[in-house]
Ligand binder design. Structure first.
Ligand SMILES: [Zn+2]
Length: 275
């Protein structure tokens, strides 16, 4: 195992370790979510978030102008989920699912904190709750078994990622995070954007430090990434990546799509395949 792979693997392991601690809580939350989905009459993607919100006692979901992604407010009739209308539709759906997750994670205490103001929550606790709600949003929108079956059935995995995102009406990031979190495919996903003739790594799953990502580059002409743009379908090959720790050759699969799963001339989703 070379140095880069070790670095990537160490990150993945650390993230998995961190998550394992909260697995019991997570399992209970997921169980309650599953019951709510059944009550809402929506267990298969695309999940009917309006029905699920109602099952969670929300009186309305409204698109509105916001400076952030979304929030839960209390009006005269009950709890209302507000979502930023300028976000792409898959992002809006992820945001609504995240807000629904807050109801499951914080429950009645949410109403309390809304009255008192949320300033009392420590920053650490806030970050932990946000991460948990993102995780649960994935559980709401992309059932594990549903995704697992798709990946097993279709051999061209990146195309499956794209189709699953379109079918579940979620951002690509929601699907790939699910794959990484649940270990459904032993890969690292990296999103690249082309500008001035070179590719920049802009996102990675599992996450790596921002500075590490900024320094990551294709060492030898980015031939596989370029081929993906030209051919418009999934391609596979070997690509040398250079980071501050040195240079390594990876087996890489690439597909030219943007964060919403649409075909792109400038954006690539790639998977570094570890086995
Ligand atoms: Zn939140």
């Amino acid at each position: 195992m070379n140095k880069n792979t070790r670095y990537f693997e160490a990150w993945s392991e650390r993230i998995r370790e961190k998550r394992r601690g909260g697995d019991a809580d997570l399992a209970e939350l997921v169980r309650r979510l599953e019951i709510a989905k059944v009550r809402a009459g929506s267990t298969k993607p695309p999940i009917d978030l309006g029905a699920l919100a109602r099952a969670a006692s929300v009186v309305g979901v409204v698109q509105t102008e916001l400076a952030f992604r979304g929030r839960i407010v209390e009006d005269g009739h009950g709890l209302v989920i507000e979502v930023n209308a300028s976000l792409p539709r898959p992002e809006q759906r992820f945001t609504v699912a995240h807000e629904i997750a807050h109801l499951f994670v914080e429950g009645d205490s949410l109403r309390g904190t809304m009255r008192k103001g949320r300033g009392r929550i420590t920053r650490q606790r806030h970050a932990a709750v946000e991460a948990l709600c993102d995780r649960l949003a994935g559980e709401i929108l992309v059932p594990r078994q549903w995704l697992k079956q798709r990946l097993e059935r279709d051999r061209v995995a990146l195309e499956t990622v794209r189709k699953s995102a379109l079918e579940a009406e979620v951002p690509i990031g929601c699907i790939v995070r699910r794959i990484v979190d649940d270990g459904l495919w032993r890969v690292r996903f990296i999103r690249w954007v082309m500008g001035d003739g070179r590719f920049s790594a802009v996102e990675s799953w599992p996450e790596v430090g921002e500075d590490f990502l900024a320094q990551l580059e294709c060492a030898a002409g980015a031939s596989v990434l370029k081929r993906a743009i030209l051919e418009g379908q999934p391609v596979e090959g070997h690509e040398r990546l250079r980071s501050r720790d040195g240079e390594t050759e990876y087996l890489i699969q690439c597909l030219a799509i943007d964060a919403q799963g649409m075909r792109s001339q400038t954006e690539i989703l790639s998977a570094l395949v570890f086995d």
